[in-house]
Write a protein that binds this ligand. Structure first.
Ligand code: TRP
Length: 329
């Protein structure tokens, strides 16, 4: 075993290609040679969706079935739900004491979300503090590595800062975790922005081939190529960018046929859609099987919680004793 790894996803429904290439494939590879902890971050979902939690349960089930169908294996990694681990919020409490408002207010995601989401909803103590919660998730299992998408790197840096501050005040208690970034190129959504559920520009990993084709047909291409006979510029085309995430020995031919207009965008898109559908074929088949046995999720979560609780409990005891909390005289 090389090292201890942790990562979490919010239960926000079904996964899409951005999750799959950006992080999930990496998680699947890491479970082979590392001690991996992968969890459903339901308390994180609460930071923005506290007014309606009714979908957290169903979304948790669906997401875990997606994980299993994609290749996460509960024999090789530990899958659990954040809210089953009672020590996390108390660890968060100690971490929160040593985190400054400046550190939290500088967080780029925080600033962006305040702008993009309804600020009346996210202008809360809980939302400002969610990187502290994330730090608690990571430090509670004493993880060394965290596979994350690019958007989470700033949070991970904050986790390192918080651990460092705690250690410098109370003595060495927490390991500073390292990010593991996926090597796969950025996954564009059908509108050219980052693929995201909230932008409605995603290809779901369970989409059927005809749905994939329809979505890919709508993708933004080179705006300068208005007519079939116009020469294209693959370097500005999101379809071409997405080709890189699939088997692509023939990419230079595809590039050429765009540049000299021997192939049209529709042909090029249909070919990409076919590659995506082929790549997801195994997933769709497994997912269909798993949909018939949803009850396994409960068992997986129970076993996962049993494995993680004692680890997080030990880290909590370390943090308490380092900080001198709960001692007499
Ligand atoms: N912050 C992540 C997100 O919003 C989820 C998350 C919570 C996480 N805790 C984590 C990821 C710990 C990695 C490690 O998607």
């Amino acid at each position: 075993m090389k090292g201890r790894v942790v990562s979490g996803y919010r239960p926000s429904g079904r996964l899409h290609l951005g999750h799959y290439h950006g992080n999930l494939k990496k998680m699947i590879a890491l479970q082979e040679t590392n001690e991996c902890f992968f969890f459903v971050a339901d308390w994180h979902a609460l930071t923005t969706m506290y007014r309606d939690t009714s979908q957290f349960g169903p979304f948790t089930t669906e997401m875990i079935l997606d994980w299993l169908s994609a290749g996460l294996d509960p024999e090789k990694c530990t899958i659990y739900r954040q809210s089953d681990i009672e020590s996390i919020p108390e660890i968060m409490l100690y971490l929160g004491m040593v985190t400054t408002l400046g550190e939290l207010e500088r967080n780029p995601t925080y600033k962006e979300q305040l702008r993009e989401l309804d600020s009346r909803v996210v202008n809360t103590y809980g939302f400002l503090g969610y990187p502290v919660l994330m730090a608690a998730d990571i430090l509670a299992v004493d993880a060394e590595f965290v596979p994350v998408g690019g958007d989470q790197v700033a949070h991970l840096e904050l986790t390192r800062e918080i651990a460092r501050t705690f250690n410098s005040i109370y003595g060495h208690t927490f390991t500073e975790p390292q990010p593991i970034l996926s090597e796969s190129p950025k996954i564009p959504g059908t509108d050219g922005r980052k693929m995201s559920k909230s932008y409605q520009n995603y290809v779901g990993i369970d989409d059927e081939p005809d749905v994939i084709r329809k979505k890919i047909r709508k993708m933004i291409t080179d705006p300068a190529r208005a007519r079939r006979a116009d020469r294209g510029h693959p370097e500005v085309c999101t379809v071409f960018l997405l080709y890189h995430s699939y088997p692509h020995d023939d990419l230079s031919e595809i590039e050429k046929s765009c540049r000299n207009a021997t192939a049209g965008c529709t042909d090029c898109k249909d070919e990409l859609a076919r590659r995506i559908s082929d790549d997801l074929k195994g997933f769709r088949e497994k997912r269909r099987e798993f949909s018939k046995k949803k009850e396994i999720v409960e068992k997986i979560l129970q076993e996962g919680a049993e494995r993680v609780r004692p680890i997080a409990r030990d880290m909590l005891i370390n943090a308490r004793s380092a900080a001198g909390i709960g001692k007499l005289m």
